[in-house]
Design a protein around this ligand. Structure first.
Ligand code: ATR
Length: 270
């Protein structure tokens, strides 16, 4: 890496952010195109977020990804934002020009990743587990594809709130709609550790199911689905696709997905 006075700075803002894989593959994309640019992690304490975020613009940083827990607060601080982020009310991509431009690429990253498992999404019945920030982008994407969406969440009221905004249906237990569902998507943090109590009895999965977990490791949900003959995938491809779309917004360049995947080969979690 050759840094100079002209090197453009990009990064990711989150808390925590030390384990983020985005710097690994975003720098690989810059290198692939021989761009004089670097992508760095910015770990920001929640009570300093506004100061830090506005400071990035003042410092001449060109663009950042925004991750947990700042996506909603970043949206509020943008001067303009794209249509999806206005609906989702959160941004994960910011471009600093003379103004602060906000974008949401989580939903498109999710859709591209899901389409690797199932091309035809219209009319599919989808069970979404969770009703947090990630679930909002996922449910937005599913509404764009005209899927029929069920939402299950530990905190019922949050599921009601999300379902109301996207004409989805809330379920009290995943088991209630499991047989009927074509696609099951985990957006919760359950599965980050193998010891997490499961969201439902994963032995109920069948080979007709398509399972997508936004966590980018092989969770018990994904492992059991594969054992049952279902199609299943973890969230690594969603992470890559959302990042490639951010890269396109910043640079106008379409990066080959293989460059991102190869750069992560030493980092993929089992
Ligand atoms: P993110 O932006 O990553 O989606 P979030 O907005 O904090 O993060 O949402 C986390 C989601 O995981 C929520 O749906 C949360 O359920 P609650 O709304 O009930 O908090 C879900 N979640 C986290 N830990 C969970 C657990 N142990 N069991 C079930 N759901 C859990």
């Amino acid at each position: 890496m050759n840094l100079s006075g002209k090197t453009e700075v990009y990064g990711i803002v989150g808390y925590p952010v030390k384990h983020s894989l985005s710097p690994v593959f975003q720098n690989a994309l810059f290198e692939h195109f021989s761009l004089d640019a670097v992508y760095v992690p910015f770990e920001v304490k929640p009570d300093s977020f506004k100061e830090a975020f506005l400071g990035l613009k003042a410092l001449g940083v060109k663009g950042v990804n925004i991750t947990v827990p700042f996506k909603e607060r970043a949206f509020e601080l943008c001067d303009l934002s794209d249509e999806p982020s206005k609906v989702i009310r959160a941004v994960n991509t910011v471009k600093f020009t003379d103004r602060i431009e906000g974008y949401n690429t989580d939903w498109i990253g999710f859709l591209r990743a899901l389409r690797e498992l199932e091309k035809e999404l219209e009319g599919k019945k989808v069970l979404v587990l969770g009703a947090g920030g990630t679930a909002k982008a996922v449910v937005y994407a599913l509404s764009q594809e005209e899927c029929y969406t069920y939402i299950f969440n530990r905190t019922y009221e949050r599921a009601i709130e999300l379902a109301r905004n996207f004409s989805a249906q809330v379920v009290k237990r995943p088991e209630d709609v499991l047989d009927d569902a074509d696609i099951i998507i985990n957006t919760t943090s359950v599965g980050l550790s193998d010891d997490d109590p499961p969201l439902f009895d994963y032995q109920m999965l069948r080979d007709h199911h398509i399972v997508f977990d936004v966590i980018y490791r092989s969770t018990p949900l994904v492992k059991t689905a594969l054992k049952k003959g279902a199609k299943a995938q973890n969230g690594l491809s969603m992470l890559i696709y959302q990042g490639m779309e951010s890269f396109r917004i910043w640079t106008g360049l379409e990066a080959p997905v293989s460059v991102a995947i190869n750069s992560l080969s030493d980092y993929v979690l089992s």
